[in-house]
Design a binder for this molecule. Structure first.
Ligand code: GLV
Ligand code: MN
Ligand code: MN
Length: 412
């Protein structure tokens, strides 16, 4: 298949996957759901059409393999994730898996000094259980009992959800890979921001992935009558939280970190009741972990000051932490050579503000990423996420050429 035809097919498959959604008229596909099962079946079928040997691993990741010049060689793994955020676009994750299948379809792997594997990871986003990178952490052998005991909003734990999906949570260790069985991990992903768009480039090479921490924050005050409680006597948790949200933005801008409060709820939630409790989330990321951690220390101090002044109390719990990841220099060079093969002589370097499965996979093998331009002002985690077929064709050319460049490195 040519780059253009392969790109068109990958995009049509993104449309087909978008139909597997738990929300009418919108996209949401969370781990261990009927939609997850459907996506693994569809993607597994496309892998099989491309002659890959397909299986679902102990974490619910769908994996396909093509042998190299002889059976049993360590594998170069190409992949991304098949789960989504709520009211998602149709390219974040999925496009990387589908382009990996196109690469596997184009390359004659019998001349490669390694096997080629394609993986569709489960639960990169953490939409259901709050803790992201489940499938790729399992691939790296880093899912412990605490994680399996984490409940979703309905109280169903990861272990229970896995059992309902037909997996055995006590066998999660079987999803773990050994470094000696791996050559490296390459992922193609939409940029999820406007940097390539602003630079007029279709492709970029990722040098590092930002480290992220996610917190559950809480302000506790005292509920009371909306009419009868004088201002001087109120301990309004939502107003204190509002001040803290403003402080998150100010401190993030001042420290060059990226802080987002994406979820906020006031309790008891009556229109005529002063909020007694406010629970909200914080997602904090930066290129350097020290920068991110220093920003959180300032946010914590600012929140204490607000809460003391307002006579309410402040508490937080850390739900997720992934440190910044540096991409492997040899694999970065392979991606750069792929971008050159696709016609751009000066590959643009970029650090990823979004999290990716590579942050987990890096514990067992080197990783690198190829970014492709998002349209629509770079919007992502939104139904208006978009890419062009021409950029997707460039990405496919570059991705396939990067695999061949890794093969050249291995032969040298
Ligand atoms: C995943 O998309 C993340 O960066 O939160
Ligand atoms: Mn995402
Ligand atoms: Mn993603």
């Amino acid at each position: 298949m040519t780059g253009a035809t392969g790109a068109a097919r990958a995009l049509a498959r993104c449309d087909a996957l978008a139909e597997l959604s738990s929300l009418p008229g919108a996209v949401e596909r969370v781990s261990f759901s009927p939609e997850h099962r459907g996506a693994n079946a569809l993607v597994g079928g496309w892998m099989a059409e491309a002659a890959l040997l397909v299986r679902q691993d102990a974490a619910g990741n769908v994996c396909g393999r093509l042998e190299g010049e002889r059976p049993g060689l360590p594998a170069l793994v190409l992949g991304s994730h098949l789960d989504t955020v709520t009211d998602a676009g149709r390219y974040d994750g999925m496009l990387g898996v589908l382009l990996a299948i196109e690469v596997a379809d184009r390359i004659d792997t019998r001349s490669l000094p390694f096997a080629l594997e394609v993986i569709g990871f489960t639960d990169e986003e953490g939409t259901r259980f709050g803790n992201a990178l489940f499938g790729s952490r399992a691939f790296a052998g880093r899912v412990g009992d605490d994680w399996l005991a984490t409940p979703d909003r309905k109280g169903v734990t990861v272990a229970q959800a896995m059992t309902g999906f037909g997996l055995d949570p006590t066998s999660i260790g079987d999803a773990a890979r050994r470094p000696e069985d791996l050559v490296g991990y390459l992922e193609t992903h939409i940029e999820q921001g406007p940097h390539l768009l602003d630079a007029g480039r279709s492709l970029g090479v990722v040098t590092a992935i930002a480290g992220a921490r996610r917190f559950a924050l809480q302000v506790t005050g005292r509920a009371g009558h909306a009419g009868g409680t004088p201002y001087a006597r109120r301990r309004d948790a939502a107003v204190a939280a509002a001040e803290i949200v403003i402080a998150v933005e100010r401190i993030s801008i001042e420290t060059g970190t990226i802080g987002t409060v994406g979820r906020i709820r006031a309790f008891p939630g009556g229109v005529n009741v002063v909020p007694g409790v406010c629970r909200f989330s914080l997602d904090l990321r930066a290129e350097q972990d020290e920068q991110r951690d220093a920003a959180f220390a300032r946010i914590d101090a600012a929140a204490r000051e607000v809460c003391e002044r307002r006579g309410v109390t402040w508490s937080w719990e850390e739900l997720y932490r992934a440190d910044a990841t540096t991409c492997d220099p040899a694999l970065v060079a392979a991606i750069e050579s792929g971008i050159r093969a696709a016609g751009d002589d000066e590959p643009m370097r970029i650090w990823s503000r979004a999290g990716h499965d590579g942050m987990a996979v890096t514990d067992v093998t080197g990783i690198a990423m190829l970014f492709l331009r998002c349209g629509n002002d770079g919007i992502s985690h939104h139904p208006d996420e978009t890419v062009t077929e021409a950029d997707t064709a460039d990405a496919l050319e570059a991705f396939a050429a990067a695999v061949l460049a890794v093969a050249d490195q291995h032969r040298a």
